[in-house]
Design a protein around this ligand. Structure first.
Ligand code: S3P
Length: 176
C-alpha cells in the first residue's frame, strides 16, 4: 500500500486491548501475513501458553516469546500481534526498533477489565478475580507501551481503529 513503511507492523498493548482482532484486520488491509507471537510460541514448543507457565514458569515463557519474536521478524514484513508482556524485555525493543513500526493499542484499564472478565487461557489472570494483580501490571507497563512509535485509541470499533492506524502509518511513511 502506498506510503506505508515496508517494515513489520507490531501491535503492542495490554491483554485484551484487541491485538489479535485488530491485527488480523490490519493484515488483510495491507495484504500481509498476520502473525501472533503467542501462537508461534505454541507452534514452536508444541505446548499451550498455560502449560508452559505451569510446567516451567514465566521466565521460560519469556525466553520462548523472545525467540518467537526473533523468528517472526526475520520473515518478510507482516502484521504482528505481540503478547502483552513483550515490552518488558529491552532486547525485544531493540528488535522492534530495527525491524518494525510499533503500534500501541491504548485502552483504559476499566475497559480492559470488562473485556477480560470471564475469559480464560491467560495464566497471569488466574487466581486474580478482582484484577488487582492485573491492575498493578497495567500501571507498571503503561510507560513501556508508551515507547511505541504510534499510539492509537483502541476503544473505537475495530474498523475505525484500523483506519486510524493506516492514517498514522502514512504519516510515519512520509517522515522516514
Ligand atoms: C501475557 C499476555 C498474553 C500471553 C501470556 C502473557 C502478558 O498475551 O503472552 O499469557 O504478560 O501480558 P495477550 O496479550 O495476547 O493476552
Amino acid at each position: 500500500m502506498e506510503g506505508i513503511p515496508f517494515k513489520h507492523m507490531a501491535l503492542v498493548g495490554f491483554m485484551g486491548c484487541g491485538k489479535s482482532t485488530i491485527g488480523a484486520r490490519l493484515a488483510a488491509e495491507l495484504r500481509r501475513p498476520f502473525v501472533d507471537t503467542d501462537r508461534l510460541v505454541e507452534e514452536l514448543t508444541g505446548s499451550s501458553i498455560p502449560a508452559i507457565f505451569s510446567a516451567y514458569g514465566e521466565p521460560v515463557f519469556r525466553e520462548h516469546e523472545h525467540q518467537a519474536l526473533v523468528q517472526a521478524l526475520a520473515q518478510p514484513p507482516s502484521v504482528l500481534a505481540t503478547g502483552g508482556g513483550v515490552v518488558m524485555r529491552e532486547g525485544n525493543w531493540q528488535l522492534l526498533a530495527e525491524h518494525a513500526v510499533s503500534i500501541w493499542l491504548q485502552v483504559p484499564f476499566a475497559e480492559i477489565r470488562r473485556r477480560l472478565a470471564g475469559t480464560s487461557g491467560r495464566p497471569l489472570l488466574q487466581g486474580d478475580p478482582e484484577f488487582e494483580q492485573a491492575h498493578r501490571l497495567f500501571v507498571q507497563r503503561e510507560p513501556l507501551y508508551r515507547r511505541a512509535d504510534i499510539h492509537v485509541d483502541a476503544t473505537a470499533p475495530p474498523a475505525r481503529v484500523v483506519d486510524s492506524i493506516l492514517e498514522a502509518l502514512r504519516h510515519v511513511g512520509k517522515e522516514r
